[in-house]
Design a protein around this ligand. Sequence first.
Ligand SMILES: [Zn+2]
Length: 74
Amino acid sequence: MPIYEYGCLDCGREFEKLVRSDTVLECPECRSRQLERRLSVFATATSSSDAAAAAAGPCGSCGHPGGPGSCALH
Ligand SMILES: [Zn+2]
């Protein structure tokens, strides 16, 4: 679940927010919804190539009947 850092455009307060699909984003200080997303904590911890590798999973995990190494991805 991604945690994003936001800055409030109205009062300048910066805060981190764990964002779910139903999360309403507002400033904890002034309740403004004029927010600017600064960065994702996850994005700084892992590069995009690492994320892609994790999504693909280890070799042999795709369930191809030919076994590990026989599918197009592994
Ligand atoms: Zn604010």
